[in-house]
Design a protein around this ligand. Structure first.
Ligand SMILES: C[S@@+](CC[C@H](N)C(=O)[O-])C[C@H]1O[C@@H](n2cnc3c(N)ncnc32)[C@H](O)[C@@H]1O
Ligand code: SF4
Ligand code: SF4
Length: 328
């Protein structure tokens, strides 16, 4: 814990995005992870790599993918992450988040550090199929309602805003709030890179101003701690310089193979199975810094995982709230 708090002030990440697998039961046109066939670390490799990451000062894991729930030993993985003291946020498309899955997650959560966020971009079945490539809205809605029956899992819903769903933001927010779940969102990054994929039909384009209006309206209803992120997201959409991203500063990504990369869009660079991050961090950061700076000054992306912490930290009042959140 002390190490994580120290990291917050010394430019060492506290958040790790972990692609447990690249396999997925959806086919989103905005995402290219499901097209990758990457190897997966064994359970023992995960156990070892994440022991190193805990010593390094990582506080929170976004357990995602691909779809984390397609991996058979996902519950063992969550259990071992929890035992090491991480706060684990399971980010899922919700298709496999049935009663049995929720029961297992809830049973694992004696620490109260495990939470679950489901991606939901629309309440319209046709749009869901267009965005996610599978006809699963009814299943996901049913599972989100089930999730609301497990308050210990501090359930949330996350929407990715595109040209075809921005007008639904408030409706999704209202529905999610009624269920007692937390609502978060960020905008679609229309780039063809390591994790994302370009779909011009979802690109905000001429709908940008209308989408910004919806975001501004909703900002007033969002929890205080989340507002700096929305502000920066809006400024990003307006083309303003929002400064340094969180890559290798507040967060990084670990691929299913156990490779470290600065963010979702950078190709993997260092093998955490072979090298202990605690011994190599300074050298790795020095080597990558220029490439990251070149990238973020052109701000080709705005992701929650590589903007959220930074948006909070650069505003002193919110930074204090953020630190209290970490200590909690
Ligand atoms: C890559 S998915 C992995 C976890 C899980 N499969 C899911 O969909 O929630 C994590 C989040 O990234 C979002 N996402 C995927 N491609 C994106 C893109 N190009 N821009 C912004 N967000 C994106 C998804 O909508 C989802 O909320
Ligand atoms: S966004 Fe999530 S659900 Fe969609 S294809 Fe990518 S990993 Fe799968
Ligand atoms: S701006 Fe930052 S988070 Fe985005 S692709 Fe570049 S380095 Fe990664």
């Amino acid at each position: 814990m002390l190490r994580s708090v120290l990291n917050m002030f010394t430019g060492r990440p506290t958040l790790c995005v972990f692609d447990l697998t690249t396999r997925c039961n959806s086919r989103c046109s905005m995402c290219s992870i499901w097209k990758r066939r990457e190897k997966e670390m064994t359970f023992d490799e995960i156990d070892r790599v994440f022991s190193d990451l805990r010593r390094f000062g990582i506080h929170t894991i976004f357990l995602q993918g691909g779809e984390p729930l397609v991996r058979k030993d996902v519950y063992e993985v969550i259990k071992t992450l929890d035992k090491k003291g991480f706060r684990t946020v399971v980010l899922t498309n919700g298709i496999l988040l049935n009663e049995k899955a929720l029961e297992r997650l809830d049973n694992l959560n004696s620490s109260g550090r495990i939470s679950v966020t489901v991606s939901l971009d629309t309440l319209d079945r046709k749009k869901y199929l267009k965005i996610r490539g599978v006809d699963k809205l009814d299943t996901v809605m049913k599972n989100i309602k089930l999730l609301s029956g497990y308050p210990g899992l501090r359930g949330g819903v996350h929407a990715t805003i595109t040209s075809i769903n921005y007008m639904e933001l408030e409706d999704i927010h209202n529905l999610v709030s009624k269920l007692g779940l937390e609502f978060t969102f960020n905008t679609y990054n229309d780039i063809k890179n390591y994790a994302s994929s370009s779909d011009r039909n979802l690109h905000l384009g001429r709908k940008m101003d209308a989408a910004i209006k919806e975001m501004e309206k909703l900002k007033k209803k969002m929890p205080l701690i989340y507002r700096p992120f929305i502000d920066d997201n809006i400024r990003y959409l307006r083309g303003e310089n929002i400064g340094q991203c969180d890559a290798f500063e507040n967060s990084f990504r670990v691929t299913s193979e156990g490779m470290l990369s600065p963010c979702l869009e950078f190709p993997p660079v260092y093998d955490l199975k072979k090298h202990d991050i605690n011994r190599n961090w300074k050298e790795w950061k020095d080597k990558m810094q220029c490439a990251i700076r070149r990238c973020y000054t052109r701000t080709p992306c705005f992701y929650g995982c590589t903007r959220g912490t930074g948006s909070v930290k650069k505003r002193p009042t919110f930074a204090f709230l953020g630190m209290m959140h970490t200590i909690k």
